[in-house]
Design a protein around this ligand. Structure first.
Ligand code: HEC
Ligand code: HEC
Ligand code: HEC
Ligand code: HEC
Ligand code: HEC
Length: 428
């Protein structure tokens, strides 16, 4: 090879080596960031959470307070949003009647996710007269109702009185109220949510599948590869909304629905519906509690002209003892299911309707009803809470806007020989 050829070869080799080194460096940096995030989240959510300890002596009562209302004095938007979210209601009647029937150790397991601060657990123990209740009265920075306020700001943001948050627009500084904050990238990572929205591998399983597997469902979905975190959908613009299956617009956005009707001959039609998970970053729905019921109806001109064609339930149905799985028809991201019925239609103007009924707490509707029947020994307070929880579970049901399509008319003799092209209506 000529000296020039050699030079070219060496230059090319060097370029390849440099690119490889840069790539390797980038990967190593990413892996390091990932370890930092992983370690932060593991430490931040190590259960049980430690008591905050003494508040710094130079702090005002407002700065030291763990009350969400106190945080709200300065973080008004987060407080307003949080107050509308289910996180603020995580200690509702559905949890409270059960706590009254549990041993403290089992109850504290529930509280790890529903009201995780040590100060909340202490107040709960006092309320129930459990042996683990503290002898001393609560410190001044703990309000008397903190244990009823569910997943409070401090549960996610405060450890040993130190505030933690995502790297913000305003850089941390010790001159800020509550001595500033520690910026932690882990707040924007899906693993931040997994401490409560994912059971560990040895957690409760039914039919071999974990009872709660949301983070894993997300991790294997295209959203994880695109870098779309739980926060990107449930906290858009960092808003503290956490809307989910209890919210009609979220379910409407997640569930693609398509209705088609096709005339087969002079008397018969075929009606079909396709349902697709087009917007949930995990199974739709992810938990075994909610059910989505898709119904097909046929309506004529008079109110009496009504025929139910059939229905399909999307969800994971498990018995109330969490022992047997009866069905699992949840939709993985992008997955679709179709149902189809053939039927005769009398003469006249008819329309088909696709109705969607969402029962966000279906499993609890059944479970609370059964517990009510099975436990005549419950005291009045427990029973009242149970009834309240049952009513709330039933009242959470809602219906999405119907999809409607006119049945194509039978066009005389010719139509009976030839099937029509399907007339179709598509949701949204
Ligand atoms: C379930 C845990 C959780 C609870 C409860 C919670 N937060 Fe947050 N908060 C987060 C997460 C996660 C982020 C970062 C979101 C992101 O990066 O997309 C955040 C971000 C913030 C930020 C930074 C906002 C910004 O725009 O940069 C503030 C301030 C904040 N939270 C205050 C509060 C207050 C006040 C409350 C109670 C009213 C509260 N948080 C309740 C998890 C929580
Ligand atoms: C400390 C535990 C905990 C953490 C951390 C947590 N959650 Fe939750 N989350 C809960 C509990 C408990 C509920 C149920 C509240 C209720 O209805 O009683 C809930 C409810 C929800 C819901 C509403 C579900 C519905 O049925 O509509 C969404 C959405 C949600 N969380 C998303 C998130 C996201 C996203 C994160 C991470 C930024 C997160 N959560 C972090 C415990 C937690
Ligand atoms: C690993 C975290 C975790 C633990 C432990 C946990 N929960 Fe929950 N719980 C949740 C989440 C998350 C939801 C929201 C369900 C969803 O994903 O839609 C929830 C929802 C509920 C609801 C329905 C909402 C409501 O307020 O009516 C009840 C009731 C409930 N849990 C009771 C309990 C009881 C009782 C225990 C203890 C035996 C318990 N939970 C333990 C995370 C947890
Ligand atoms: C007296 C007013 C005041 C009170 C009370 C207060 N904060 Fe703050 N907080 C601030 C200011 C000012 C900052 C500085 C940066 C900013 O505005 O985000 C800050 C920063 C934060 C951050 C970091 C924001 C980010 O960008 O990551 C978090 C998280 C936070 N506070 C949470 C809380 C929580 C939780 C409480 C209640 C337990 C609380 N704060 C009470 C004034 C307050
Ligand atoms: C691409 C957007 C998207 C992403 C990413 C996403 N979700 Fe959701 N999530 C939704 C939508 C839409 C719903 C409402 C429909 C439903 O229930 O699946 C929902 C519902 C929920 C619910 C309600 C309970 C249920 O049974 O459906 C919980 C809890 C939840 N998400 C938690 C999470 C957690 C935790 C992560 C991250 C591991 C996450 N989500 C990632 C869009 C998303």
């Amino acid at each position: 090879m000529s000296p020039r050829g050699w030079r070219r070869l060496v230059t090319a080799l060097l370029a390849v080596l440099l690119a490889a080194a840069a790539w390797w460096g980038w990967q190593a940096w990413l892996a390091r960031q990932d370890r930092v995030v992983q370690a932060f989240i593991a430490g931040h959510w190590a259960q049980p959470l430690a008591p905050q300890g003494k508040a710094p002596a130079n702090w005002s009562a407002l700065e030291a307070s763990l009350e969400p209302q106190s945080c709200g004095q300065c973080h008004a938007q987060q407080f307003a949003d949080w107050s509308t979210s289910l996180h603020s209601r995580a200690v509702g009647p559905g949890l409270r009647w059960q706590l009254r029937t549990f041993e403290p150790a089992q109850a504290n397991q529930c509280l790890n996710c529903h009201a995780p601060l040590a100060e909340q657990k202490a107040l709960t123990a006092l309320e129930h007269g459990w042996p683990n209740a503290p002898a001393a009265s609560a410190p001044a920075f703990v309000g008397a109702q903190l244990h009823r306020q569910g997943l409070v700001c401090a549960a996610c943001h405060v450890r040993a009185h130190q505030r933690f948050g995502p790297p913000g627009v305003v850089a941390p500084s010790a001159s800020q109220p509550h001595g500033g904050y520690v910026a932690a990238a882990g707040f924007s990572d899906s693993r931040f949510c997994s401490s409560c929205h994912q059971f560990p591998p040895d957690g409760r399983r039914v039919n071999g599948k974990l009872v709660e597997d949301t983070y894993e469902e997300w991790r294997v979905s295209p959203y994880a590869k695109e870098g779309r975190s739980c926060q990107s959908c449930h906290m858009p613009g960092r808003r503290h909304l956490w809307r989910g299956v209890h919210d009609a617009s979220m379910v409407d956005a997640a569930l693609g629905r398509e209705l088609r009707v096709q005339r087969l001959d002079a008397t018969r039609i075929r009606v079909s519906a396709v349902m697709r998970n087009r917007g949930a970053g995990h199974r739709l729905p992810t938990y075994l509690v909610p059910k989505i019921r898709v119904e097909l109806h046929l309506y004529g001109e008079r109110p009496a002209d009504h025929l139910r064609l059939g229905h399909h339930v999307i969800g994971r149905t498990v018995d109330v003892a969490l022992e047997r799985e009866l069905a699992d028809t949840r939709l993985a991201p992008g997955e679709q299911q179709a149902i189809s019925f053939e039927t005769a239609v009398p003469a006249g103007a008819w329309r088909v309707v696709l109705r969607t009924v969402v029962a966000p707490a279906e499993h609890y509707e059944r479970m609370f009803a059964e517990m009510d029947r099975r436990h005549p020994e419950f005291d009045v307070t427990t029973r009242n809470l149970l009834h309240e929880a049952r009513s709330a579970a039933e009242a959470a049901r809602f219906t999405l806007p119907d999809l409607t399509l006119a049945v194509p008319a039978a066009a005389g003799a010719q139509a009976s020989a030839q099937a029509s092209a399907p007339a179709s209506a598509v949701a949204n």
